[in-house]
Design a protein around this ligand. Sequence first.
Ligand code: MN
Length: 376
Amino acid sequence: MRVDAGAATDVGRVRQGNEDAYLVDPPLFAVADGMGGHNAGEVASATTIEVLERWAQEGEHVPEALRDAIGTANRAVWDRAQSDPSLQGMGTTCTAALVQESVLHIAHVGDSRAYLLRDGTLEQITEDHTLVERMVKEGRITRDQAEHHPQRSVITRALGIGEDVRVDETKLDLRPGDRILLCSDGLNSMVPTATLESTLRAAATAGEAAQALVGLANEAGGEDNITVIVLDVDDDHGRAPTTVRSSSAAPAPPLPTRGSKKLLLVLGVGAAVLLALFFVLRYSVTNLLWFVGVDDDGTVTIYNGLPESIAGLDLRDPYEATDLDIDDLPDFVRDDLLTGHRVSSLEEAEEYVINLEERAEEFAEPAGAAGSRERS
Ligand code: MN
């Protein structure tokens, strides 16, 4: 197969500098989206692209070697971060595509993406290493919710934040007419998938497609750096050779207020650890502790867990709803229930509910009603 490549990168409309970098050096194509304070993000993505560029020119172009090259890039970023305090904590995504005869090999870390447009339909090939993607896979939020989730930029894997990195690898049999898109999240976070699809379908050349997509991301607000590589796959005849090009983005701005992604990454790793702790804590809490409380509708309910939330985390599970309503009970029990009446076992909870039923009857009688009070 022959591949015709088009690429574009842009700082966007909000950021001061461009921390993205890319490589178009057939048979290798790659996008890196750096993160880190001051100029660190740029150093991370540029270092990665340099390592890959060297590999593209000198290396043995087999997929195993590409994975090793990404390992080398990871180590290069990590070593630089260790040796220079101002670069500590920097990292970068890397989505690399190697075309080998009619097979596309993708090696990927982070939240940059690879897509395939085939027969007019766009499909994402890579899986984001993000907190929201994990939540979607665990069934805790829908894909729609993920797109608008406040933590959608929190990434869980990147190059340069550890001595080793786990790389996702995928391969795909190419067909003439396929169009591949590699991009940083500055594109897909600003432009809906349906628009990516229609734009890729309509553009005459790879270069036009790349330019059009960057333009759309900027029109939508350009909140992040935008990098796009488009690859057109064709039979082995009739086209001019593709240009060799690489870019590590713009020079450092005087007043960088960046590093949001570094923070997010730290948050990402921190959040993953916290999340794990939370589940362990929640499991022990909900399996050992009981209380009787009131649900949102005013129904007296037996709960597992703790009545209070801790650091905003809800640590209770309803176990059984009773027939009692908070309004059926005298004030002195209501207060106790509203704060949550703690007991040490389910038996004790059930005894307390029986006790409450008696209180409810006593409460109802003086009012003259026949044992119960109507509630809408
Ligand atoms: Mn980005």
